[in-house]
Design a protein around this ligand. Structure first.
Ligand code: FAD
Length: 479
């Protein structure tokens, strides 16, 4: 049996929820309104050996917030280092999310060939998109604002991370948020007045009612999935401001772009963290900008927020990782760490802030379900996220979505070729996402240089329960 991991979706022919090409083109070429707090963050090139109090590596979801909060202390001088540049007009348009992975805003990582997955993808490899831009993956993502389940954080706390239980971190979620969804503004789970705008796409499709009804028929409630209960059906909450993407760069960096103690160096790739071998303390970083290698020094701390792939790779090329593997790569190991199994890798209307282009990544419905396969002790924690797309791969007549996902033409025609052309355009999709995989992946270096992409081995479906859970989700979605 052949499995396509990223698009194990069921495609359903329908007669509504279409996005008009005409609306799209008309909307595309109107001028972009900008909020008074928005405006590109200036670029700064540090001197060689310049000193800062904190150096933050990576201006993504985490790094943007950290740089913002650290520079609230006026006498702390902070350098934020980002490999990419600015967002643009297209990345602001929520429905374009899937296309951004085809641009230089994506690092372009691919997974190693898989035994049990990705087989009908070009070259039999799965793409692993990651943002390389100010705002990081919050510029590439599908905008869905979904916190973890409370027990995810409670588990962190139970395993020794003091201060990270859900009751302890909920105030920070609320502080960071400016929820613009009317019925949630007084909710004790949401905040008003924070940097990050959260709203529903203002675009309505009749599919939403069908989705709600479908959920109710299956016994699920329509609810706020960031509220008391996660399991249920909902309209996706999105990191969006008046119908445009609200990346962490737009939310947390642009409003503070004139703080004098914040310096941001763009198109700057950190090659190594400088660590004192005797104290094991990080004292700076080495980075490349415009083909010039520079060093900068941190008086207090280096904060590593280069994303799940970048941070792991940077640590290893800097001498922190499994000793044997580093030795094999010719890197001097600074700390004796064993080889551990990693955690699971785990247009007009638009200009007015409305219309189909505001659908976050094209998604119009969101559901969290718990399959019969789940063995989670927390009985309220879902293992599957179902994302309803207002379109589907079946409607990809030009092959753009196929290129994006790396799906072969052969698979496409085998799957959808028998559907009439007209019907193929009138489709929607239900995409199951396994959110608590039991298979365990691994990330290893390819070489001692940060420039060589690491070997990413997700080991999809290594644990057969993962395939069972996906199968169960497809079955639920089709009834
Ligand atoms: C296609 C896609 C869709 C997604 N959809 C959703 C969604 O709908 N909802 C959701 O909640 N999550 C979604 N996610 C996941 C979410 O966006 C990420 O989990 C989150 O943005 C990760 O934040 P981060 O700070 O860890 O890393 P990132 O945001 O990736 O930030 C890392 C930053 O570090 C920079 N960097 C890396 N290496 C270096 C270096 N050596 N030197 C300098 N800079 C460096 C990168 O360029 C990047 O800007 C999606 C992700 C993707 C890729």
């Amino acid at each position: 049996m052949r499995w396509l991991i990223f698009f194990a979706s069921i495609t359903i022919v329908c007669t509504s929820g279409q996005i008009s090409i005409f609306d799209f083109w008309t909307d595309l070429f109107r001028p972009l309104p900008r909020n008074e707090h928005e405006g590109f963050v200036p670029d700064y090139t540090p001197e060689d050996f310049e000193e800062f109090d904190f150096i933050v590596v990576g201006a993504g979801s985490a790094g943007s917030v950290i740089a913002n909060r650290l520079t609230e202390v006026p006498h702390w001088k902070v350098l934020l280092i980002e490999a990419g540049g600015n967002e643009n007009f297209f990345s602001d348009i929520p429905i374009f999310a899937p296309f951004l992975s085809l641009t230089p805003m994506n690092w372009g990582y691919t997974a190693e060939p898989q035994k049990r997955a990705c087989k009908d993808l070009r070259g039999k490899v799965c793409f692993m998109p990651r943002g390389k831009v100010l705002g990081g993956s919050s510029v590439l993502n599908f905008l869905i604002y979904q916190r973890g389940h409370p027990d995810d954080y409670n588990d962190w706390s139970r395993t020794g991370n003091e201060g990270w239980s859900y009751p302890e971190i909920l105030p920070y979620f609320k502080k960071s948020e400016n929820v613009r969804i009317k019925e949630l503004r007084n909710s004790s789970y949401h905040g008003v007045g924070g940097y990050m705008d959260i709203e529903h796409s203002p675009f309505y499709t009749p599919l939403q009612n069908a989705f709600k009804k479908g959920g109710e028929e299956l016994g699920y409630k329509w609810r706020d999935p960031n509220g008391e209960h996660v399991i249920g059906f909902s309209k996706p909450q999105a990191t969006m401001r008046k119908g445009r993407r609200c990346s962490t760069s737009k939310a947390f960096l642009e409003p503070i772009r004139s703080r004098r103690n914040l310096k941001v160096t763009k198109f700057s790739t950190t090659m190594k963290i400088l660590i004192d071998p005797s104290t094991k303390a990080a004292y700076g970083v080495e980075f490349m900008k415009q083909n010039v290698r520079r060093q900068v020094r941190a008086r207090h701390e280096v904060v590593l927020s280069a994303g799940t792939i970048g941070s792991a790779q940077l640590l290893m090329v800097s001498g922190v990782g499994p000793e044997d593997h580093l030795h094999e790569m010719g890197i001097k190991s600074l700390v004796k760490l064993p080889m551990l199994a990693a955690s699971p890798v785990s247009a007009g209307a638009y200009m007015a802030g409305r219309g189909p282009l505001t659908l976050p990544g094209g998604s119009t419905g969101l559901a969290f379900i718990r399959t019969k396969v789940s063995n989670d002790l927390s009985t309220t924690r879902p293992d599957i996220e179902l994302v309803m797309g207002a379109g589907s791969l079946a409607g990809d007549l030009l092959g753009i979505l196929r290129s994006l996902l790396g799906v072969t033409d052969k698979w496409y025609w085998q799957m959808y070729g028998s559907l009439p052309m007209e019907a193929r355009q009138r489709t929607f999709s239900l995409n199951p996402v396994l959110i608590r995989p039991r298979s365990i992946g691994r990330l290893m270096l390819r070489s001692a240089s940060y420039e060589d992409h690491p070997k990413i081995q997700p080991n999809y479906f290594d644990d057969p329960n993962d395939l069972k859970a996906m199968g169960w989700a497809v079955f639920t979605g089709s009834h």
